[in-house]
Design a protein around this ligand. Structure first.
Ligand SMILES: [Fe+2]
Length: 361
């Protein structure tokens, strides 16, 4: 199986995914968000990728899609054939294959949150937009939403995937990077209901359209338009598309204070015991000697190896991304013992400890 060149981009709980072909360097950007364009351009350049297409998994209600910016620049926009969005696009039906260079993803329809919700399946991953979330399901109280349809489409189209499929949702309000189908089957309380009717009943009386606040309708108006007049700086997201922080792990991840860095490093028996999760470009620039690189976005591609050789320490630049890595490895059942290196490589070098290459900035 080919692993894509892959970068997860996060902004206010909204996820965009940059998926690139390692041989042709063509890339697909999933769910681009207004305000993130500079970031997308930076990472395309850093990863040596050329943007070939963008895809919106559905008509977004909680934030402004940047898909019109790309469509107006001549980049192909893909959406469901059911979408009411009026901008120039290529329509995808269930079962269609979407090629990204030599990579190929199958389109699945997962309606319920919206009528035009689709997921992309391939290369051991599923990009499920707003349908299945980590520890929950998407909200289903917008105009056109249907809670029972959401439950059924997730069961039919997503939970039927192999258990080790990596789940990348359209939002993550907690602190894990991804889940797996097997983890969600076992732990997602929304999926524990006997059937769609029981799930819908668990939500109480959901009146279709109650989620359409004035802010939501404003977003929809712009996201449906062919050539929207987008604001220079987007409004702060005022609504969620799922349960906030459904995935937050109650357990505390153990943390190594900066005072313990040198001793912990000295106790390593092999480089695999200390994993640096920063981006490849940061690793190339400079690193703590004797550590190995697994970029956070690519963590899911290495679960088998990490299960057989669990890391003792996880580090990044300042300790935030390595905390996400630790929480993700706990969530998907790989290891609960990995220790987050507090302060990351910045704290390491501030103590005058050695760096291979250039110091991090
Ligand atoms: Fe949504």
């Amino acid at each position: 199986m080919i692993n894509p060149v892959f970068k997860v981009l996060e902004s206010e709980g909204c996820r965009s995914y940059l998926v690139g072909c390692p041989t042709t360097r063509r890339a697909l950007l999933i769910d681009p968000k207004v305000g993130m364009q500079q970031s997308y351009a930076w990472f395309l350049d850093a990863y040596g990728l050329e943007l070939g297409a963008v895809l919106d998994t559905h008509t977004h209600a909680d934030h402004l899609s940047a898909s019109s910016v790309f469509a107006d620049a001549g980049i192909d926009l893909y959406m469901s054939h059911r979408t009411p969005v009026r901008r120039a696009k290529r329509a995808l039906e269930a079962g269609a294959q979407l090629a990204v260079g030599e990579l190929s993803f199958e389109v699945r329809e997962v309606p319920g949150h919206t009528v035009d919700s689709i997921a992309l399946v391939g290369h051991g991953m599923v990009f499920c937009g707003d349908s299945l979330f980590v520890g929950g399901l998407a909200r289903a109280d917008f105009r056109g939403s249907d809670p029972a349809e959401l439950f059924e489409s997730v069961q039919r189209e997503l939970l039927s995937l192999p258990g080790d499929t990596l789940v990348f949702p359209g939002h993550e309000y907690g602190s894990v990077l991804f889940s797996t189908i097997d983890t969600e089957r076992r732990t997602n309380p929304a999926l524990a209901h006997a059937d769609a009717a029981a799930f819908a009943a668990s939500l109480g009386t959901v009146v279709e359209g109650t989620g359409n606040s004035a802010a939501v309708d404003q977003n929809l108006e712009l996201n449906l338009a062919a050539h929207p007049d987008l604001p220079d700086s987007p409004p702060v997201a005022t609504t969620c598309c799922g349960s906030p922080a459904a995935s937050d792990d109650e357990d505390e991840v153990p943390e190594l204070p900066p005072g313990g860095h040198a001793e912990a490093h000295g106790s390593l028996a092999s480089p695999g015991e200390w994993v640096d999760v920063r981006d490849p470009v940061e690793w190339k620039n400079g690193r703590i000697p004797g550590t190995v690189s697994i970029p956070l976005s690519e963590l899911g591609f290495h679960l088998e190896r990490l299960r057989s050789e669990p890391p003792r320490y996880l580090s990044c630049r300042s300790g935030v991304r390595s905390m996400t890595a630790a929480k993700t490895l706990r969530h998907v059942g790989v290891t609960k013992d990995a220790i987050n290196v507090g302060g990351g490589i910045l704290a390491w070098q501030n103590q005058g400890l050695p760096i291979e290459g250039s110091p991090a900035t």
